[in-house]
Design a protein around this ligand. Structure first.
Ligand code: ZN
Length: 294
């Protein structure tokens, strides 16, 4: 993850470290800071009108991997009651800034820790495409909100139950896809949608060197590019899931090859498309995969 913390931040960090007071809000709301608008939306769905949510990474046109945290981010974190982050190296700036924010009472929910998954070197940190992990995060949010405002525990529990029902619907769609298309090949530009594709019984055939290079923003070797393009000309894959939030000449070349070969193309982003909520977004992603397989 290539996120940078601006030098001015370090000054702020030192400044804020001096005043180690816990956040005091007198608006009766639970103040949540989420590292991305995906987690922000999930927190809002569970918390309802009892929460105020700030999402740090929320620009659908920007590559989240090149996000730069600024003084505003530091300030939000210093005043948070609850911080919801992805972890797994995806948004490590949050922990770095929190460490200097002097916000000693903050409750931090880390999706990677909550998932219970091991994090080997090739760990796929895009956990919001993993509905089992999102379910665990929702359960933790209900608990954290209920501990923060016990009088609203019933409301949080009911919101959480509604969200879980929708998640179960998404998992049912994955099972449906697996029933008809288990073992079908897919290609990706980055590991972003892999949890969803794997849970739908689909096999990633992309040379790892290709998706790693794209994710790191480095050049793909001619050999690896040839291997990737051959997936389409030889019809080894039925779906091409590409991260439309991070494109370039190399991904454009592969997109053109997929289109030319008549392979179903599915754009999938890291953060919420404009105007979308988590459930409707993932519902649309699954519908697009189904259509591409048809
Ligand atoms: Zn990514």
């Amino acid at each position: 993850m290539r996120v940078k913390i601006l030098p001015v931040m370090l000054a702020c960090t030192l400044l804020l470290a001096g005043c180690s007071a816990s956040p005091s809000h007198n608006d009766g709301l639970i103040h949540v800071v989420a590292s991305t608008d995906v987690y922000g939306d999930i927190a809002r769905q569970v918390g309802g009108s009892a929460v105020s949510v700030v999402s740090i990474i929320d620009d659908p046109s920007q590559d989240p991997h090149s996000f730069e945290a600024d003084a505003q981010v530091q300030l939000s974190l210093s005043k948070a009651d609850i911080v919801l982050e992805n972890g797994g190296g995806y948004d490590s700036f949050v922990d770095t800034l929190l460490a200097g924010a002097g916000n000693k009472d903050v409750v931090t929910l880390n999706a990677t820790t909550i998932s219970g998954y091991a994090t080997p070197d090739d760990f796929n940190e895009h956990l919001w495409y993993d509905f089992a992990t999102v379910q665990k995060v929702v359960t933790r949010l209900v608990t954290a909100f209920s501990e923060s405002q016990p009088s609203k525990a019933a409301e949080f529990t009911s919101n959480g139950a509604k969200f879980s029902e929708s998640l179960a619907g998404l998992q049912a769609t994955e099972a449906e896809i697996a029933e008809t298309s288990r073992g079908a090949g897919v290609a990706i530009t980055e590991p972003v949608p892999l949890y969803l594709l794997a849970a739908s019984g689909l096999i990633d055939k992309t040379p790892p060197a290709f998706s790693e290079a794209i994710e790191q923003g480095t050049d793909v070797s001619p050999l690896v590019m040839r291997q990737t393009l051959a997936l389409f000309s030889s019809h080894l894959v039925k779906v091409f899931a590409y991260n439309s939030q991070t494109t370039g000449p190399q991904t454009d070349q592969v997109l053109a090859a997929a289109t030319a070969a008549g392979v179903g193309v599915v754009p999938m982003t890291e953060t919420l498309p404009a105007g979308r909520h988590y459930i409707s977004w993932m519902t649309a992603n699954l519908a697009a995969v189904k259509a591409a397989l048809a």
